[in-house]
Ligand binder design. Structure first.
Ligand code: ZN
Length: 349
């Protein structure tokens, strides 16, 4: 025994290994440091949260544009919507590039929708809001690891809601990967929000049935068309999975209130509520295909409630409800405890 040839490399490996391990332990310890021990500077954190949010907002813009077209959200990289040229990194800086180029593409001067800068700015502000309302409101003995996990989960949900809201606004549908995927993530992580598994499951059930039964099935039986889409029911299911049944109740009532206010504003300003352009365009294409005898198009026209032009009058106007549900869920995420403390006693609950 005692072959020296094994000792050299092994000892060296052991030494390096233990250094790596101690670095790992140091990293782990820094994650287990509590918020009060770390005493982070709130303004540094806010600046970071804003930049972080704006960068992800830039990705959310890609999702809003590509998901309805059934394109990959990862590849290829950003292209000019006008001429298809790849966009250079320095022309793709969130918020700043749009402002510096005054809302036009550098390559071909195509107008770039203000939606891009609106989403990036909103996402930056949402990053700051999640930090302030959720993370900085945590008790001092929470670990940095816990705070970071909760921030990432809530921020991720907020970005999914922004994407869903704008897709629904432009195309009047809510993508299943967002509503169903978001529900699954909510069901898997109730502990991050101080909920039990049962709260999350019950909330999801209340969220789906509470909208599907009266507004999809019941309304259709009464008036011959659904008052809300199945996508709305899946979205309130998501609200319940994340925030339990109180989140569902708030989402439906605050969503309806805000949708009504928005409808009044649109009616006063524009005189009528118009369907989004892309919905009208899709329907015209479908009708053309059906007239040409395409069996699939004929069936889709029969099944899809959006396939017939809306009737005249305010009651027949089509306003997507999803964006207002998304807004209400976001409000509950940021201000739920405050709303529950302040308003539930006032309502006698
Ligand atoms: Zn171009």
């Amino acid at each position: 025994m005692g072959p020296c040839y094994m000792h050299g490399p092994r000892r060296e490996r052991g030494y390096r290994g233990s250094r790596r391990a101690s670095r790992g332990i140091r990293l782990l310890r820094s994650c287990l440091v509590t918020l009060s021990e770390l005493e982070p500077s709130p303004w540094m954190l806010r600046a970071f949260a804003f930049a972080w949010g704006a960068i992800w907002g830039s990705f959310v813009n890609v999702v809003i544009y590509r998901v309805p077209l059934e394109m990959s959200v990862v590849r290829p990289g950003s292209h000019c919507p006008g001429c298809g040229k790849p966009i250079a990194l320095w022309d793709n800086v969130p918020i700043l590039s749009w402002l510096l180029l005054r809302g036009r593409a550098r390559c071909c001067d195509t107008r770039i929708s203000p939606r891009y800068v609106v989403v990036e700015l909103a996402s930056g502000l949402i990053g700051v809001a999640v930090l302030d309302a959720v993370v900085l409101a945590m008790p001092g003995e929470s670990t940095v690891y816990h705070a970071a996990t909760v921030f990432l989960a809530d921020f991720g949900l907020a970005m999914a809601l922004v994407a869903a809201a704008f897709i629904d606004l432009e195309h009047m549908y809510l993508p299943d990967p967002i509503t169903l995927g978001g529900t699954l993530i909510g069901l898997a992580t109730p502990g991050l929000r101080g909920l039990g598994w049962l709260d999350a499951l019950l909330g999801a059930a209340v969220g789906f049935v509470g909208v599907w039964l009266p507004f999809v099935v019941g309304y259709k039986a009464l008036r011959g068309r659904a008052g809300m889409g199945l996508g709305d029911a899946k979205l309130t299911m998501l609200a319940g999975a994340w925030f339990g049944w109180p989140g569902v109740v708030f989402a439906i009532f605050a969503g309806a209130l805000q949708a009504t206010l928005a409808a009044i504003v649109v009616l006063v300003v524009k005189g009528k509520i118009e369907e989004p352009e892309s919905v009208v365009r899709d329907r015209e294409e479908l009708q053309k295909a059906a007239e040409a005898g395409d069996a699939e198009a004929i069936q889709m026209l029969k099944d899809d409630p959006l396939a017939t032009a809306p009737g005249e009058g305010v009651m027949a106007a089509r306003l997507p409800f999803g964006p207002f549900l998304c807004l209400a869920i976001l409000e509950w995420m940021l201000a739920g405890p405050w709303i529950a403390d302040r308003w539930l006693p006032w309502l006698g609950l």
